[in-house]
Design a protein around this ligand. Structure first.
Ligand code: P71
Length: 467
């Protein structure tokens, strides 16, 4: 949080509307998690006390956003709301052309799946994200991890663990040939690494390398604003710049982006593709009409578009970002000070429990992160999300489970929703659970969807009988 005369500033907002929540009794929680197949995605949100499943679409909108929604122009074509949103993207991120979609994965489907990736292609990206990987693979491509080695180590305290390993990137291009690399995909504040930022220096170098090989660079900017704040804090030469200036410089090192507005733009629904090349824009806009909605709304109502347009400008405000990231850090520091194993450094949008170190007695075949997320809900009504072997899915060639080094439970903090007392409750509950960690039992998967299995998979506790 920012300081004034050494006194910590409070949140830069006050609360006008509240949403009641309550903690169910222990037996009710036990029943709820059993009915949910020990998968926190399957819980009813009414049965959750503090919901840290995701920061996606769960933020609290401002008075400015709500009032802009009243000004929405819901005409079919030529909507004023569409022009306001496109102008906001141009002003805040600098992309010339904008294709509207309903959310991030629709943008990925069009740009990655339908336009850029051909069968047999390879797409380098620091670390996979589930929906990005799905759309690249569905088009016959392969996602290749080019994260620096430190990204796979939950204990490394490198300040920019989200950096691309330029050696890995260049050797992939040499190995498969430049024609088989349709674009370089760069994520800001890398989600599956624990919310780790990429540095401006690294973005610049990726850009130079890409230019030499004439490969386009496409950013995933859903948390680029939070990444900009960490550049301001950590990278020499940026402390005097505003996050808005930093974001514009970041985006200048790319040819385009996909955006899920549900994160940094603090809305419940929305997304877009940003582009600088008019030909790619033309193709994407036409596909948008086929798949999501006509060009002036792209799957959003104008109410949604107005909220995104305002949210893009609010989300990049320095004081807001300091408060938002300060809250996540508060939770992370309370846990790490008490010895709870988490991914270091604390990410911008979430604190990630390291299930391998939390539950050293549990083999990865018993889904430690899934078990820990279920145990945390049962213990205290707090809902987190598995980000380990269940999320990683199966190898598309061998069909075997992919066993990622990072076996994590993500405690994702929605924007402007909870107070630090909620964070204290979460920290105290995790601490108590950590003391009782020996009692947490593993799980076996009893239902597994073919793709993106983590959304719907079901589990049962393993019995102690030898298998
Ligand atoms: C998150 C989400 C939402 C989510 C998606 C899939 C599984 C579980 C939860 C969505 C992202 C994201 C990145 C880096 C694209 C999307 C898709 N994240 N890129 O973290 O984090 O955006 O949800 O709007 O379709 O909980 P979308």
């Amino acid at each position: 949080m920012p300081h004034r005369n050494k006194v910590k500033l409070a949140e830069p907002y006050r609360i006008k509307v509240v949403e009641p929540i309550r903690l169910l009794k222990r037996e009710e929680r036990e029943r709820a998690i059993k009915e949910a197949g020990y998968n926190t995605f399957n819980l009813k949100s009414e049965d959750v006390y503090i919901d840290l499943l995701t920061d996606s679409g769960t933020g609290a909108m401002s008075t400015h956003q709500w009032s802009a929604m009243m000004m929405a122009d819901e005409a079919y074509s030529g909507r004023a709301s569409c022009f306001r949103l496109k102008k906001a993207v141009q002003d805040v991120m600098g992309y010339k052309y904008v294709v509207l979609t309903n959310q991030g994965r629709a943008a990925e489907h069009i740009l990655y799946g339908k336009v850029l990736v051909k069968p047999g292609d390879y797409v380098p990206r620091q670390m996979y994200f589930t929906t990005s990987k799905f759309h690249i693979e569905a088009a016959g491509g392969t996602l290749v991890d080019v994260a620096i080695d430190e990204a796979h180590d939950p204990l490394s305290r490198q300040p920019f663990k989200g950096n691309v390993d330029l050696r890995k990137l260049e050797s992939l291009i040499h190995k498969v040939g430049v024609k088989k690399v349709p674009f370089i995909n760069v994520e800001m504040n890398v989600n599956m690494e624990g919310g780790q930022p990429i540095s401006m220096e690294n973005l610049r170098k990726v850009r130079e390398l890409a230019k030499n090989y004439r490969i386009p660079v496409i950013f995933d900017v859903c948390r680029a604003m939070e990444n900009a704040f960490l550049i301001k804090e950590r990278e020499p030469g940026y402390s005097e710049k505003s996050c808005a200036e930093i974001l514009l410089e970041m985006c200048s090192y790319s040819d385009g982006c996909v955006m899920s507005a549900k994160k940094d733009a603090i809305v419940n629904m929305g997304g877009f593709i940003g582009l600088n090349d008019p030909d790619t824009f033309e193709v994407c806009e036409n596909l948008g009409i086929e798949y999501v909605g006509s060009k002036d709304y792209g799957g959003m109502s104008s109410r949604d578009m107005e909220a995104v347009a305002v949210g893009l400008r609010e989300g990049i405000d320095d004081d807001y970002l300091a408060s938002r990231i300060g809250q996540v850090r508060y939770l992370g520091e309370r846990l790490s000070e008490s010895g709870v194993p988490i991914v270091e450094p604390v990410g911008a949008h979430a604190v990630y429990l390291d299930a391998k170190r939390f539950l050293p007695h549990m083999p990865q075949s018993q889904f430690p992160a899934q078990s820990l997320a279920a145990a945390l809900y049962t213990h205290s009504g707090v809902r987190g999300m598995e980000r380990g072997v269940v999320s990683a899915g199966r190898d598309k060639d061998t069909g075997e489970n992919i066993n990622p080094n990072l076996e994590l439970v993500r405690l994702t903090v929605p924007r402007r929703v909870y107070t630090n007392l909620h964070m204290d409750f979460v920290a105290d509950s995790v601490l108590q659970l950590y003391e009782e960690r020996d009692q947490i039992r593993g799980l076996k998967m009893v239902y597994e969807p073919k793709h993106l299995r983590f959304f719907k998979a079901r589990f049962e506790p393993v019995t102690n009988a030898p298998s």
